[in-house]
Ligand binder design. Sequence first.
Ligand code: NDP
Length: 240
Amino acid sequence: MAHVAIVTGGTRGIGRAISEMLTRDGFTVVANYAGNEEKARAFTDETGIPAYRWDVGDHEACLTGCARVEQEMGPIDVVVNNAGITRDGTMLKMTFEDWNEVMRINLGGCFNMAKATFDGMRQRKWGRIVNIGSINGQAGQYGQVNYAAAKSGIHGFTKALAQEGARSGITVNAIAPGYIDTEMVAAVPEAVLEKIVAKIPVGRLGKAEEIARGVCFLCSEDGGFVTGSTMSINGGQHMY
Ligand code: NDP
């Protein structure tokens, strides 16, 4: 039977590409989203993939949301923690709310989703968790102390949980995308974006499908020996 995979923020941008590619790879995919009903409806109409609305930063909502998915679709074997937001601003301008909201959703969401699904994976002795980090969590970024801290936290979370899951057939990995052509990046002012592209050795933004391909590998049987790792997919912008 096909493994059930949930992709948070899976109805648009990078998440949509992941939802579609995992489906093509034979997973039974469910997408989660926050509130953009128009995009979610178009996504389900065009792909046939069901979409479930809840806030991944809300612990209880993740527990009840995942329980509902499991009741309707079967046990969740794959979690792709892709949902993320930005609330950019320099330290002088960033509010506590900007800080908290990014930590709550981007990092807290990973904990909440793992909490809802990890024990089931452990009992079934198979699981895949892929967390979408960021180049800015690796290298830092002006005006993003909240986002960089949350994404950097994701990389630590990944390595710790990988150790806990390893004996139970659960792999936990992260992908650190560079700048990918989505609505999130469209929000970056054009002059800033030009400077960013100039620093990318391959000379262009990445495509959502290029991230999805990495996720699909990590979720595959062939990816079973890869755990606790971070795959950088960034056009050579950050190498270490
Ligand atoms: P988008 O802004 O295009 O899409 C974000 C998705 O996350 C949407 O589906 C949105 O739902 C969902 N979402 C946001 N908040 C929540 C929440 N609280 N609960 C559930 N779902 C939520 O983002 P991208 O596709 O650009 O980015 C996807 C991931 O990749 C993010 O984690 C981002 O930080 C990371 N990333 C992106 C990069 C880029 O260049 N684009 C670079 C590096 C990392 P809804 O549609 O309902 O609003």
